[in-house]
Design a protein around this ligand. Structure first.
Ligand code: CP
Length: 311
């Protein structure tokens, strides 16, 4: 793949390659380029983890990053995303990492014959978040060395979460058994194809991974936001300390973050021994290195004698 837009576009084998390559980067693998490589990072929606870890991945790999603030770019004057990418490409950028509120922002760009820069999806509206999904897969694989038969609960705001959609599709395909929980009105009916909708109390004792989702208050309408109370949400849908005590000793807690402490997850669980939340962030750098390597390999930019001997 010369772009990285949706993890579901990749074969099972390619996904496992990305996971193993991310592990190798974590062990110190280096790449060398045939020439200088330049990437632009454009985040039209807020981000701390994805933006910083893409930039860290680029810097660790010797890719030269350009961080373009959309608020100070000519998109504010009405320049389209396609023209922005063509402009960056003309200036010498090899690839762009974009987060945008429009679901499928990349569709018109991949159909445009005049766009040759690599496109990386850092989150599209309520669509997909493929690099998050890859780092989540890496974190689960680190723990269990397989996806087959692993029981994963994805809990919370399933409707607004691109992380939930990416992970539900891919974990189901890789053989995990999925359970979903959360408010009825935030359950997308098409998730029935991937797993079982139940309550957190029904499955907390049985699952291997408890993946909590952020309540996306910014995506709720005014009525829903006014009626929302943190304590009620936590009592019915949240991972409280009482619920966490019922988890299997081998089970892990995940959350893509940012976390609403004491809403979807109790404050003290965020850094508890069973939590992998900060490990997910560390893995994010290596997963993104593997993504960049995969794209740039397809584009024939990696030097033949690229890899340092890891033995
Ligand atoms: N998990 C995630 O996408 O975090 P950011 O919004 O901070 O990038």
């Amino acid at each position: 793949q010369t772009h990285f837009l949706d993890l579901n576009h990749q074969s099972d084998e390619s996904i496992m390659d990305l996971i193993y390559n991310a592990m190798q980067f974590r062990n110190g693998k280096q790449v060398r380029w045939k020439r200088s490589v330049y990437f632009a990072n454009m985040f039209f929606e807020n981000s701390t983890r994805t933006h910083t870890s893409f930039e860290m991945a680029e810097r660790k790999m010797g890719i030269k990053p350009f961080n373009i603030d959309p608020n100070n770019s000519s998109t504010k004057k009405g320049e389209s995303l396609a023209d922005t990418v063509k402009t960056l490409q003309a200036i010498g950028i090899d690839g762009v990492v974009i987060r945008h509120k429009t679901t499928g922002w990349y569709e018109p760009l991949i159909d445009d014959d005049n766009i040759s820069a690599a496109l990386i999806n850092a989150g599209d509206g309520s669509g997909q978040h493929p690099s998050q999904s890859l780092l989540d897969l890496l974190t689960i694989y680190d723990e269990f060395k397989t996806f087959k038969g692993i029981k994963v609960a994805i809990i919370g705001d399933l409707l607004h979460s691109r992380v939930a959609r990416s992970n539900a599709e891919i974990l189901h395909r890789l053989g995990a058994t999925l359970y979903f929980a959360g408010p009825d009105e935030w359950y997308p009916q098409d998730f029935e194809a991937f797993g079982t909708f139940t309550t957190i109390d029904n499955m907390i004792e049985d699952v291997d991974v408890v993946m909590m989702l952020r309540v996306q208050l910014e995506r709720l309408n005014d009525d829903s936001r006014e009626n929302f109370t943190a304590i009620d949400y936590a009592n019915v849908y949240g991972l409280t300390t009482q619920r966490a005590q019922k988890m299997k000793p081998t089970a892990i807690i995940m959350h893509p973050a940012p976390v609403n402490r004491n809403i979807e997850i109790a404050d003290e669980l965020v850094e508890a021994p069973q939590s992998r939340i900060f490990r997910q962030m560390q893995n994010g750098v290596y997963a993104r290195m593997a993504i960049l390597e995969s794209i740039l390999k397809q584009r024939n930019l990696i030097a033949e004698d690229n890899y340092e001997d890891l033995n």
